[in-house]
Design a binder for this molecule. Sequence first.
Ligand code: DC
Length: 683
Amino acid sequence: MFDIPHLDIPPLTSAGGTVRLPGSKSISNRVLLLAALSVGHTDITDLLDSDDTRVMLEALAQLGCRIEPQADGALRVHGLGGQLPVPQGKLFLGNAGTAMRPLTASLALLAARHGGSFELSGVARMHERPIGDLVDALRQLGCPVDCLLNEGFPPLRLGDRRVHALQLDEAIKVRGDVSSQFLTALLLALPLVAQEQDVVIEVVGELISRPYIEITLNLLERFGVTVQRDGWQRFTIPRSSQYRSPGRIAVEGDASSASYFIALGAIAPATPGTEGITIEGVGLSSIQGDIRFVEAARLMGARITGEANRLHIQRGAWPLKAIDLDCNHIPDAAMTLAVMALYADGTTTLRNIASWRVKETDRIAAMAKEGRKLGAVIEEGEDYIRITPPARVHDWRAASIHTYDDHRVAMCFSLAAFNPARQPVRIEDPKCVAKTFPDYFECLFGVCATPTPDIPVICVDGPTASGKGTLSAEVAAQLGYHLLDSGMLYRLVGLAAERAGLSTAEQDLKEPAQARRLGELAAGLRVRFKGDRTLLDRLDVTDSLRTEAAGMAASRVSAVPEVRQALLALQHGFRRLPGLVADGRDMGTVIFPDAALKVFLTASAEQRAIRRHKQLISKGIAANIDNLLADLKARDLRDSSRIHSPLMPAEGALQLDNSGMDIEQSVQQVLTWWQAKTVFSGN
Ligand code: DC
């Protein structure tokens, strides 16, 4: 996950490969609640791990529900069987509408029936999202519900610790034209109190987002409750209903999340050697309404085929075809059409999307404002959005996209990186995708390609113990870039030589046969990086690599041209999307001479010896400053006087003497230099 202030996406060129989707948010949270309300335990597989599901899990645990991970990866939820072991509590539900609405309904009914009391609250935005229609329906039923700040909005207090008789004889009326989640909430909750009589719900006004109701009905059926439906107006929960665990249930991949990769396949040419994009985890027989995004994407020109649990997408018509579409049936995925519209041959209108205004943010306003930053002409109405792409290539602009803590805004606009003007796109607060798709950007970069020169590189070269390792790691973390610690590769060669019984003594390395053997060893290095650990021939060698002896051996083997040559391809392979920070001695001079920013980091030898001393002592390793200083100087001399790739500042490198700076200041300096190099420096 990219927990950074912003993520710069370089211009992208093509896409191809397979994406496995995370579980559906809508299904995950419904299944969790149903499992918790059921009799018996349920093993749930492929559950989405995201902010919204975590909120639901925490709430259920607080209510006394036992939840245990199983060895096979499933999550076992022990159902409460409609009981209320913990009759009161305060639940914080973040910005998760799929937790707030159904928990409100279920807990209001249970509190009234068993004499409980609960307070439900969320983040500030949650307190602006209407829930009045659901509150009205629950009050009709005889449940005490108080709105604690503003009438019609969370936070709410449900129940007053007294038992209340419920009025179930008359049909319960609920509005269906603001959010289908109110009806879903009642459908999920009412089977808890339908033991003695049929319970009828009547929808007032036209029901929006019907596919989500279908998901609800489908899952109720899996948990033993069959609701009778008359059109979309009247729903009857039969008497003697009781939730029973299906034993085991698998969560489908998220069809709304699929929309970004369907759009990707429609927008991007297939990367040579691939046949476009394959999506696994959701397919044409999905129970999720957003699967109908497939039809909309086809209208715009995408070529899509599929099976039950898989989809294949290739670019068809290009430019895409502008459309005029009622999107009421795919409210969430329709946002993705708004970004596809940027690549269309005319003006696209998306209609009947008033519900966008009450989602994580006002999505009509957000899509219009951010889309305009890219150069599109956008008109917004109360319940529609009309998008005309930038007229000419040079009308596209590099934009810093504000994301309003809305995962879908962030995911949608990442696709603007395919703009023909080859401008990068900045996504602010990229971690907001964690709401439904924590690894979204990793998945995106995993299937996208762009010519190597477009992948940004920052080089940090300098002498030993100048602090470049720490600095580079921190800069990479702040930008969400990959990290190449090239010194580590030379250390690995030194270690591998020692293990293979090859001498790394200076005079031996002068022998051509010995140099050749060492080059072969370097070329066949079997190395893997796993988190912050380094594996050589499957053995964890992280700690041995950090020793002074390993550093000295590295310095000796690194003077051998055959070794340097052998490590070239390995080093170039680190240049992957979205960017790279590379540290070493010759990053700017030899390995990445086209890097956009080259830093030459130095500090006085004395200062470096003191730092190294501190570092060793803190690890409990005995050290002597004078010896360290002598070693440092010997290494500086060898690294900078060798014939091949000697240590020296690259042309155009910015020098940073950090003798008097702490690491924080050095990092800030490099980030400031980098920011000035980006097209976003004026923002
Ligand atoms: O940065 P370090 O201390 O881990 O590097 C160990 C040795 O590897 C260093 O003394 C010289 C060599 N090296 C190199 O020659 N070229 C690089 N790009 C990085 C390291």
